[in-house]
Design a protein around this ligand. Structure first.
Ligand code: GLY
Ligand code: MN
Ligand code: MN
Length: 462
């Protein structure tokens, strides 16, 4: 947690932003997250505070709510002190008043007074992503349960995105700490993996590094011998020599800042010739994308910079053919690179996505493309100094997709299906890094982490 003045200043800036949009009164309400039961009430998922609550109020206790009265500019924390019975189980906790002070919050009130506070006031809230919070908002606003998400305040969404997406220096320091820990997760896995081990063993190693760093993984890691399944969350396979391992994993700091990295390495000591060739294209695509990052430049351009390198590289291998500019414009490369080049990252690993992907990643009024591949581009809008973005191109041999496109005769002018047959079992490759937009370009976050072929084979003991 930062000092109280940080949260006070953020709330004051939010009030200003809303005033600039013509909103001078009402209540900006931030429900904190609650405990979430796994299979019975006392056996809960790990508690994770809502990220906007963390940003404006800093507190990571379950069952709180906070409000900013826009007319008086006063903030109120609604929460209950623990009972003596609770204390036996949880140990002593700071009082609600003390917690409010630690975040510079003007008043602390019991949770039972929240509905009275909100009554007959205009309520501004962010879209809920948990049903219990949606139900709480329905009760507080009197809006029907199903209508609650649609009643979220566009002005509040825009104001919160505008603030959270430009990282303060103190936040960059935390994110960089998360990235450093994420690098430790990757190096532990890359240097330990051996034929005969299970994916679960390597998953456990990644967890160990994240926990040792003081936090948790920032999302359920992907630790897989089947990298062509983009978000593979099974961990039951055994590593076999000659195959590839894909690790997509990041750490979260104890106060909620994320890292998000992907590595693809040989389960033996060296990549074979085809693996090496494809991996190098992915590295080159990442370099092209990161070099395209500069303030004012739409992130879509970084995506296309990566896509062009991938298409040209695959043409060089005989897997694509024809005019690669046209192939990329038509979306043919998406057979191999079906996702976007990256997303914003901060207090959420996909930062701010709960507020609406379109509002976070696209200029107001602009729609997402419906084209396969491009429709998965989360971030397309011009970037600004202080934004943190992932750069994560990949090449995948997705057998089911190849079969369908081949059967449909899709893009036969660009794709060499005959040549592709002998490559289809190669698997999936992704390289993911975290970048900060600077005044003139971008800087990779985190300590040195060489992903070159020589370095990766070096980690593997070659
Ligand atoms: N970890 C999921 C992603 O890279 O976006
Ligand atoms: Mn990732
Ligand atoms: Mn990512």
């Amino acid at each position: 947690m930062f000092e109280p003045s940080v949260y006070k200043a953020r709330r004051a800036a939010l009030i200003q932003k809303l005033a600039a949009m013509g909103i001078h009164d009402g209540v900006a309400l931030f429900p904190g997250n609650r405990e979430s039961p796994m299979n019975y009430a006392d056996n809960t998922y790990r508690f994770r505070q809502d990220s906007s609550f963390l940003y404006y109020f800093g507190l990571a206790e379950p069952g709180m709510a906070a409000a900013i009265d826009l007319a008086s500019e006063k903030s109120v924390l609604f929460a209950d002190d623990i009972s003596l019975d609770d204390m036996v189980w949880t140990g002593p906790k700071a009082s609600v008043r003390e917690q409010a002070d630690s975040a510079g919050i003007d008043a602390a009130e019991p949770l039972s007074t929240l509905s009275g506070f909100c009554a007959a006031k205009r309520m501004l809230y962010l879209p809920p992503y948990r049903m219990d919070i949606q139900a709480q908002l329905a009760e507080l606003t009197g809006v029907a349960l199903g209508a609650v998400p649609g009643g979220a305040s566009m002005e509040l969404i825009r104001a919160v995105i505008a603030m959270r997406e430009i990282k303060e220096d103190r936040e960059i320091e935390r994110i960089e700490r998360a990235v450093d820990c994420s690098i430790d997760m990757h190096l532990a896995v890359i240097t330990t993996a051996k034929p005969g081990m299970s994916e679960a063993q390597l998953m456990a190693l990644a967890y160990r590094e994240a926990l040792t760093g003081g936090g948790m993984p920032s999302f359920p890691p992907i630790a897989t011998t089947r990298g062509s399944v983009l978000h593979n969350h099974g961990y039951g396979n055994t590593l076999t020599d000659g195959g590839l391992f894909l690790l997509d994993a990041g750490a979260e700091t104890d106060d909620g800042y994320s890292g998000d990295l992907t590595s693809t390495f040989p389960i033996g000591r060296r990549y074979n010739d085809r693996q090496r060739a494809v991996y190098q294209i992915v590295l080159d695509a990442g370099r092209a994308a990161s070099q395209a990052i500069a303030p004012g430049v739409p992130y879509r351009q970084a995506h296309f910079a990566a896509a062009r390198v991938i298409a040209q590289g695959l043409k060089g291998l005989g897997l694509m053919k024809g005019d690669m500019e046209a192939a990329v414009a038509d979306g043919a490369h998406a057979l191999f690179f079906p996702h976007g080049v990256g997303h914003q990252m901060g207090l959420d690993v996909h930062d701010l996505e709960a507020l609406g992907e379109i509002h976070v990643g696209y200029p107001e009024g602009e729609h997402k493309s419906a084209q396969f591949g491009l429709k998965s581009l989360r971030m397309a809008k011009p970037v600004r100094a202080g934004m943190v973005l992932t750069v994560e191109p990949g090449i995948y041999f997705i057998e089911g997709l190849i079969d369908i496109w081949k059967r449909e005769g899709k893009f036969t002018q660009y794709i060499n299906y005959a040549e592709l047959e002998s490559w289809r079992a190669l698997g999936g490759f992704r390289n993911e890094e975290d970048w900060l937009v600077s005044q003139s370009g971008a800087r990779r976050l985190g300590k040195p982490f060489d992903k070159s072929i020589a370095a990766m084979e070096g980690y593997r003991g070659a």
